[in-house]
Structures are given as C-alpha cells and as structure tokens.
Design a protein around this ligand. Structure first.
Ligand code: E4P
Length: 215
C-alpha cells in the first residue's frame, strides 16, 4: 500500500520524505489556504520535495476549464495529478484527459456508484472520503471494501486512495482490505509511528545498558 501525505505544509512533507516513506502528496484548496503562499508557488515547491504523484485540485466548474487546468499542471511537472471532483462536468473532463494520457484523481467520492463511473471515465485514482462518512454515522470503511471488490471484479485500472483519514485504525483497515493508497494527515502519521511500549522498552534497554560494567 502506497503512503501519501495529506497536507500542503512543506515542512511536514519534507519530514515524511526524510523518513523515506513518502510515495506521494494530496492537497486540496482548504489545505492550501492554510499555508499563506500562492498556490502555484506552493505546488512547485512541493514537487521539488516529492518525486511521486503531487495531487493538486482543479477549481474550474466546467469540463473545458478543468481540461485546461489539468493540461497546464501536466506541462509544469509530469508528476502533478489533477484532482477532479466527482460530478458530471468532472467525469467528462476526466474522460478527455485520459484519452490524452493525462492522469487524474477523482475526489469527493462517497458511494460505490460514483466509484464505478470514476473507473469507467478512465481516472488514474479514485478518492473515497471515509472520515466524512464516519462523521455522518456511515461506516466509511465499508465503502472502501465495496470499491476494492468492484474494481477487482472488473480489473479496473483506477487505484483506490483512502482519503479523509482520521486515525491509525483507518490506515490499518485500509491495508487489511487491500486499498492501493492511503493518504494520511501529518498528525496521524505521528500516531502511526508511536507506541508507548516502544518508549518504555527503549528506556529500559538504555537504563540496563548503562548498568553493564565497562571493560
Ligand atoms: C484527500 O485528498 C483530501 O485532501 C482529504 O483526505 C480530505 O480530508 P478531510 O475530510 O479531513 O478534509
């Protein structure tokens, strides 16, 4: 399972890159708005740190506009992947971009029905938002299970990106189900690393090491 970081914060992206664990980055306009930098400049900085897919969101609302935005991103850096919301104009744009060989990530996916259309439109990635479903008392992870099964049934090419991740169990469940990618906010990455028994164990080993007579 590939690990993407779900942030537009350069420092957080660099930290995961330094760990050697960075397979890609996902951003969205909300995340970019927190960084107080022009979006294009920020995207270019992120692309310098991450050689994997850097997902940047289209903001046009019509297919022609989305296609133009995605072509522009693609020209600027081949690893930019344009995120396109799952709505009619978005599906049209994704089909046209796929025919041109430009990879897209369909975002804001909340149902298996949408995920089928995403795959058929030719998107490279499909991003179901599980945390936002959990927030309204639906089990987001059930959606991942359904989409993974459907994509396997028909050997669809789109990779399933588990998005809107809120805690480490989302990551573990995504892996158990066999999702292709999980995109994780920095705070959850910290929680994946930490375990109190590791801390206690390391302290005890260091304390005991200090008791060994020095030769
Ligand atoms: C994914 O690409 C999105 O940026 C993200 O996962 C949205 O998560 P949220 O529901 O925490 O805003």
């Amino acid at each position: 399972m590939k690990l993407f970081i779900d942030t537009a914060n350069l420092e957080a992206i660099k930290r995961v890159a330094d760990l050697g664990l960075l397979d890609g980055v996902t951003t969205n306009p909300t995340l970019v708005s927190r960084e107080k930098m022009p979006a294009d400049k920020l995207y270019d900085e992120i692309a310098k740190v991450c050689s994997g897919p850097v997902n940047v969101e289209a903001v046009n609302q019509d297919a022609d506009g989305i296609v133009k935005e995605a072509r522009d991103f693609h020209k600027r850096a081949p690893n930019f992947v344009t995120k396109v919301p799952c709505f009619e104009e978005g599906l049209k744009a994704v089909r046209r971009l796929a025919d041109e060989g430009i990879t897209t990530n369909m975002t804001l996916v909340f149902s298996p029905a949408q995920a089928i259309l995403v795959a058929k439109a030719g998107a490279g990635y499909c991003s179901p938002f599980i945390g936002r479903l959990d927030d309204i008392s639906h089990t987001g992870m059930d959606l991942i299970e359904d989409i993974v099964t459907i994509y396997e049934n028909y050997d669809y090419d789109a990779e399933v990106v588990v998005a809107s991740v809120r805690h480490p169990l989302h990551v573990v469940e995504a892996a158990r189900i066999g999702a292709d990618v999980v995109t994780v906010p920095p705070a959850v990455i910290d929680k994946l690393v930490k375990h109190p028994l590791t801390d206690v164990g390391m302290k005890k080993f260091l304390d005991d090491y200090a008791k060994i007579p020095k030769g």
